[in-house]
Design a protein. Structure first.
Ligand code: SF4
Ligand code: SF4
Length: 445
């Protein structure tokens, strides 16, 4: 376990091949998401910004607030089930192609390490040797670059919370920079020392793999039937494993895929490319490949099975609910409450007056300034006085709303009313009550 015996340091050999080229494309796409998205502006706001202080989410031209909690919960639920669905079909492809830990290690850390300290054998040799000036110089250069990568990636991540323009120009708050420091320290520790141990001992996703996968899930596997017995005379000609150990040397998790499926495997396909290279030179196919347990046992793989059908059904239901909620969502917030300390007042002209506080927030960043109109239903002959309300995107205002009604005897003490707040594109209906006071309404009541 992690602290029960000495760490066996892994020195993965560099490797290239079709799968590594595919991984580099996904790495590029993910880097674009991380480094470019926070700089894109839509309607005067970042394309994606979690403004925790104002409790707002800016997402591709829309603003979501605490009133949209259900929408956000449904989105999280959708993402969770999408991960279950994807994992049940494709196993740990996320780990090998999309996880930030894998992406940063393979895109930055290992290439920098190789550039400064050389490939596997030289690194192993140098680490076993004494601390010379050359070793100190190389380690210092490597760790400095690792620290730089840790800070840059942490800044990029925090840009989604503090705003890229503010964060990268020194205009964010001390809390934001403190968080960058904490994230950068964690990443630095991971780059310098923790690495594959994170997948093996900490990552929760790796822990519940066995509950999400079955024998029809895509895995990376060694072809025992074709590869064994490994080595010996004739192995090269017959396409058996030549025991070159290259698949082990390239593995960043330090495992031997020929021992069978292991939870430590992050499906990075480095062993597939390594063996593809070795066996390709001998005129044979790779002995390590993407397959399923069912296939390795000579059965057909079933992509449609009870668990994938259930996940697909749940995803469809959640997506439909989410789209329905989004379509009926009002792009502004409004609340009405009785003005403090006032139930009702009888004016000099005999009219009964109730005063409220109406708060409106414009959450539509695409329409510019919007006018809001207030009407009241549910009480006949009501005279409504509200200030003209025009709000710029994200602007909030609280205004007094005064409702006056002629003194009549046919009204109960409390009349339920509807306050309708309309913008040019949508309307929100708020429930409130109008207090008449018994003595002025129905003598003797
Ligand atoms: S066994 Fe192969 S796919 Fe799994 S982690 Fe090692 S190199 Fe990557
Ligand atoms: S790379 Fe292929 S041939 Fe070499 S040890 Fe691994 S499985 Fe055998």
């Amino acid at each position: 376990m992690l602290f029960s015996h000495a760490r066996r340091w892994v020195y993965p050999l560099s490797v290239d091949g079709w799968h590594q080229r595919m991984r580099r494309w996904t790495f590029l796409a993910l880097h674009l998401v991380l480094f470019v998205t926070p700089w894109i502006m839509i309607g005067g706001h970042p394309a994606l910004l979690f403004d925790l202080e104002a409790r707002r989410l800016y997402a591709f031209g829309s603003i979501f607030t605490a009133a949209d909690t259900l929408l956000l919960l449904l989105l999280l639920l959708f993402l969770a089930f999408a991960l279950f669905f994807f994992t049940s079909l494709y196993g740990r492809l996320w780990c090998g192609y999309g996880c930030p830990q894998t992406v940063f290690l393979d895109a930055w850390i290992r290439p920098l390490e190789r550039w400064i300290e050389g490939d596997r054998a030289r690194r192993q040799q140098r680490d076993l040797g004494p601390w010379t000036f050359d070793k100190v110089r190389r380690k210092a250069a490597k760790w400095t670059l690792f620290a730089l990568v840790a800070v840059i990636t942490s800044m990029a991540f925090m840009s989604f919370f503090a705003g890229a323009r503010e964060l990268w120009t020194g205009r964010a708050g001390p809390v934001e920079y403190a968080l960058v420091g904490i994230f950068a320290a964690a990443w630095f520790l991971d780059f310098v020392w923790f690495r594959e141990q994170f997948c093996n001992y900490v990552c929760p996703y790796a822990r519940f793999q066995s509950a999400l996968t079955d024998e029809d899930t895509l895995i990376i596997s060694y072809d025992t039937a074709r590869g064994e017995p490994r080595g010996g005379l004739g192995a090269r000609e017959e396409g058996r494993c030549i025991a070159c150990n290259k698949c082990v040397a390239v593995c960043p998790q330090g495992i031997d895929i020929r021992d069978g499926f292991q939870l430590e495997c992050v499906a990075c396909a480095r062993c597939v490319d390594a063996c593809g290279d070795v066996m390709g030179r001998l005129g044979h196919e790779s002995l390590v490949r993407y397959t399923t347990l069912a296939e390795t046992q000579g059965r057909r793989t079933h992509w449609i099975r009870p668990r994938t059908v259930v996940y697909a059904g749940l995803l469809t239901g959640i997506a439909a609910a989410w789209i329905g909620l989004l379509a009926t969502r009002t792009p502004f917030e409004a609340t009405v409450s009785r003005a403090p300390g006032s139930l009702f007042t009888v004016d000099a002209d005999g009219e009964v007056r109730n005063t409220y506080l109406l708060s409106i927030t414009n959450n539509d960043p695409r329409q510019g300034e919007l006018p809001f109109v207030v009407r009241v239903d549910g009480i006949e002959g009501a005279e409504v006085t509200a200030q003209e309300i025009r709000l710029a995107p994200t602007e909030s205002r609280t205004v007094p709303l005064v409702i006056r009604v002629r003194n009549r005897t046919d009204l109960p003490r409390t009349v339920p009313i509807k306050v309708r707040v309309s913008s040019p594109r949508s309307e929100m209906v708020l429930d409130a009550t109008f207090k008449t006071g018994g003595s002025i309404v129905s003598p003797g009541s």
